[in-house]
Each structure stands twice: as structure tokens, then as C-alpha cells.
Design a protein around this ligand. Structure first.
Ligand code: NAD
Length: 249
């Protein structure tokens, strides 16, 4: 259906595996799209494809960890398409895979800056318009790592757990103003990054996933689209696992 007709949706990390599917799905639901990513190549191709399909698109190269760049991007997007109705904090990274005792200051700081402070910057920048219009949808892409940790990815896990705390606080402070904020916790999702995992790592992940397959980016995108819809108005501060049951193993 076209549940997001007339809405403006901002997706961070739009050039990545999951971000691209989210943008495509929200566009299919009728939203105009604000795409934000560090890099322009994949995002530019996506923007062209969306425009060919008739979707208004505005693209922004920015680092979510940089408050000034985020403010500038949100202002430019507002000028191009209008205020943001739906924000999807999807940009995220792992800076290093290392045992905790060998994790460097810079890697730790970068993971927190991108995966946790980034969503804070975006949320702070879009909230005033949402409050003024008494309607808003914020979806934070956390991770199964927020619950179970991830071996040798302490900074990543901590940042994704922190994002759950940020999610709850947005709900506490803004639910009365028509704004919802929910977190999605994906297990292993089939993206180019995940496809490059060493076979033993991938096989181990599948052995601890009752569904015995990775998730599809489109399956994450379908959940995001629902959370952005009017129908999901009473779902707030939720943590939704989309993991083929792996949290049970
Ligand atoms: P990806 O690496 O394919 O895409 C991430 C995108 O974010 C990239 O286009 C990258 O350029 C962009 N990005 C990175 N740092 C940025 C920054 N500072 N500012 C702006 N953009 C930035 O990753 P993905 O697999 O599509 O993951 C998307 C989200 O889903 C991430 O938050 C990730 O942690 C989360 N996640 C992924 C999986 C999985 O199995 N793929 C599982 C759980 C959670």
C-alpha cells in the first residue's frame, strides 16, 4: 500500500545494504526520500533509480558523527523536500574486531560516535519539526549485539545497547506529542559485508539461527515501513528482534 504518501523520510547509511532496501521500501510506500551517507557512489545510484521511479529525492554526503554536518544536511533537506516526518537511523559501523584488552581508544570512540552519537544528532535535528506538527516516526537500527554482545566487538555492542537507552528516552519525552521511537534488533542480515564473512563464522551463525538462513534486507525494510506508518502509533519505545529466532540460542 501507499501508507507514507505525502511524508518525507530520512534514511542514514542509505548507500549500504540495509539502508538501500529501507529507502526503496519507503519510496514504494509513497514517501519522498532524504538520503544521507558518508559516501556518494552507492547513494547516488540509488537516488537515480528512485527518481526514475517518480520519487522526489534529496541526497546528502555527511558524517552522522559530526553535529554540524548533520544540522546542515537536515536544513538542506528541509529546503528541498520539507520537514522530515520519518527518521531512520541506519548508518552504523564496526571500526575494529579485536579482543577488549587490545581495543584502541580511536576505534572505541568512532563506534560510539557513529552508532550512538550519530542517531542523537539526527534525532535532535528533526525533533523540533515533529513536535511542531505533532507527528513523527523515529526508527533506530540497533542490533542483536545489543542483547547478546558480539565476540571481539565490544565497542559495537556497547554502542548498540546505548541506542536502546536513547530510544526509550525519546519515547518518555515525546510520546505525548505524537512521536514514536522504536528500535529494531536485526540478527545476521544478508548484505555484501555479511557475504564476505569467513565460512566458519557464517556457518556458526547459521547453526545458532533457528531459521537456518540470514535475514533479507527487504524483511528489515518491511518492518521499518510498518513502524513509520500511522497504524503503528501505539508501538513506542519497543525493541523488536528480527533475527530468525537466534536470540533463543
Ligand atoms: P553497510 O556497511 O552495508 O551500510 C552502512 C552504511 O552506513 C554505509 O553506506 C556507510 O557508508 C554508512 N555510514 C557508515 N558510517 C557513517 C557515518 N559516520 N555517517 C554516515 N553514513 C555512514 O551495513 P548494513 O549491514 O547495511 O548495516 C546497516 C545497519 O544495520 C547498521 O547500523 C548495522 O550496525 C545494522 N545491523 C546490520 C546487521 C547485518 O547483519 N548486516 C545486523 C545487525 C545490525
Amino acid at each position: 500500500g501507499a501508507r507514507l504518501q505525502g511524508k518525507v523520510a530520512l534514511v542514514t547509511g542509505a548507500g549500504g545494504g540495509i539502508g538501500r532496501s529501507i529507502a526503496q521500501r519507503l519510496a514504494a510506500e509513497g514517501a519522498a526520500l532524504v538520503l544521507l551517507d558518508l559516501h556518494d557512489d552507492a547513494m547516488g545510484e540509488l537516488a537515480e533509480a528512485l527518481r526514475r521511479g517518480g520519487t522526489p529525492v534529496s541526497t546528502h554526503c555527511a558524517d552522522v558523527a559530526d553535529a554540524q554536518q548533520v544540522r546542515a544536511a537536515v536544513e538542506a533537506a528541509r529546503a528541498a523536500l520539507g520537514p522530515v516526518d520519518c527518521l531512520v537511523n541506519n548508518a552504523g559501523l564496526t571500526a575494529v574486531i579485536a579482543p577488549l584488552e587490545r581495543m584502541g581508544d580511536e576505534d572505541w570512540a568512532r563506534e560510539l560516535a557513529v552508532n550512538l552519537t550519530g542517531p542523537f544528532h539526527l534525532i535532535r535535528a528533526v525533533l523540533p519539526d515533529m513536535v511542531a506538527r505533532r507527528w513523527g516516526r523515529i526508527v533506530n537500527i540497533s542490533s542483536a549485539a545489543a542483547r547478546g554482545g558480539l565476540f571481539r566487538q565490544a565497542g559495537y555492542s556497547a554502542s548498540k545497547s546505548g541506542l536502546l537507552g536513547l530510544t526509550r528516552n525519546v519515547t518518555l519525552e515525546y510520546a505525548a506529542q505524537g512521536i514514536t521511537c522504536n528500535a529494531i534488533l536485526p540478527g545476521l542480515i544478508a548484505t555484501p559485508t555479511v557475504e564476505k564473512l569467513p565460512p566458519p563464522v557464517f556457518d556458526y551463525a547459521m547453526s545458532t539461527t533457528p531459521a537456518r538462513r540470514p535475514g533479507r534486507t527487504e524483511e528489515v525494510a518491511a518492518l521499518v515501513a510498518f513502524l513509520c506508518s500511522d497504524e503503528a502509533a501505539y508501538l513506542n519505545g519497543a525493541e523488536i528482534d528480527i533475527d530468525g529466532g537466534s536470540r533463543l540460542c
